[in-house]
Design a protein around this ligand. Sequence first.
Ligand code: ADP
Length: 495
Amino acid sequence: MEEINFSQRVGAVLRRREFHRTFIIFLFVYYSLVYYFGELVDLAGWDALRWEFFYGVHDVHRIFFLIPIIYAGYVFRIKWALITTAAAFIVFLPRALLISPFADPALRVVLFTIVAGIMGTLTGMVRNESERRSQLEALIKSERDKFLGILERMEDGVLIVGPDYRIRFMNPSLIREFGDGTGSCCYEHLHNYDEPCDQVCKMQNVIGGATGRREYAFPDGRTYDVIASPFTDSDGEVCQLAIFRNITQRKKVETELIELNQLKSDLLSNVSHELRSPLTSIKGIVSSLLQKDIKLDDDTSEMLLTGISEETDRLASLVTNLLNMSRLEAGVWKPEKERCYITDIINEVLERQKWVQKKYTFEADLGPDLPEIYADYNQIRQVLINLVENAAAYSEEGTRITIEANTVDGMIEVSVSDQGVGIPEEDLDRIFDKFYRGSQNRKQPGGTGLGLAVCQSIILAHGGQIWAESEIGHGSTFHFKLPVEAPDDKRGLKK
Ligand code: ADP
């Protein structure tokens, strides 16, 4: 502790200008005395000190004066180096003009004074320059610290990468998102690459002066809008400064908007086509019926009227699905659950479909003692109607459509099977998407790709599951499962 105090005290003394001034004067007086020491010895009669050195040419003695001159240049800079040089010149003059017995004493004095003045001035200049440089460095450092302080507090992520791709700085916001990678290579830390690649690492363009903006989508789903620009670091190296703005949320909304627009145009094109075709048929049939000059027999009239009835059913089913979908989407068609029997729903649907789809054979295979379910009767009926209508739409006339119901794992499982065209494996996951229509043709025209989407929404709102199995050319089976118990009901399955 004391040692530190002592060295601190020495440092303080050395820093004091007064000390240096006194020391320079001391040196100057000392070397002046040495310069005239021979004359002093003569005057005082100190014969023992009559050394050769004090009586020769005084060029060497003048060199001693370089010490206070350079010292003054170092400590007090150019002005005081020149003043000390001028003082030395005055000291040299009496010897040069009055005392020296040697050749050209004045010339040598002048030459020496010029050289000493230059050396003192240079010393002052070098000192000035180095001081200016260190002040500049301190200024740059403090500006950088201030700048980094601002970057630290920024909500966007900030990254500074050197020309060697090493991360020099990450602000806390970026560290929160990617972890601290200071010192490691940016392509390794951010992208898990082994080396820089052309697609992601545009560093050389940026440090070449180009400001770049690009989007980076990371495999985990995060997307960043990155603005990269050149930045000169405190060591003078041109680096890349990149601002990372997390736009994952915005991107999601954009994608949803694009999907929504796509859905809207799908809906418009599907629906307008699907509405127009039954209307055109109805209009055609009605025009034929209205033609007074053509007499229609009973069979033809019945066929035409059946046509109108079928087309009207198609329209009704289309409008129902559209309405249901929009009510489900808007959240206004919530299930109004009640205790009811699935067998009642199945029987009602079968009765109606046997009448509508006269050319199909309907079968029901219902397990014994099926329990009550807690569900919206109308919604579950709509699910069954959609599935049965699809079964008929994608099967040949005369084939069989079977509805089964059983209790499986404490839930009611209902299946609707047909012997129709089947569904390709790759379509099985997508057929429940809105407006998705498979590649195989419906037997009758029509369809919007909404029927199964409605079914799925209803079943999910009941806490159930829906899925399909199929074999191309042999038929399809649609299954759905419904929970039996109400959330507050402990009665469970009837045994
Ligand atoms: P669509 O109005 O096209 O029938 P859905 O949502 O009801 O719309 O069905 C979506 C797609 O699923 C249909 O386009 C069809 O490719 C396929 N699909 C549905 N049910 C069956 C079925 N029983 N047999 C074969 N394919 C079916």
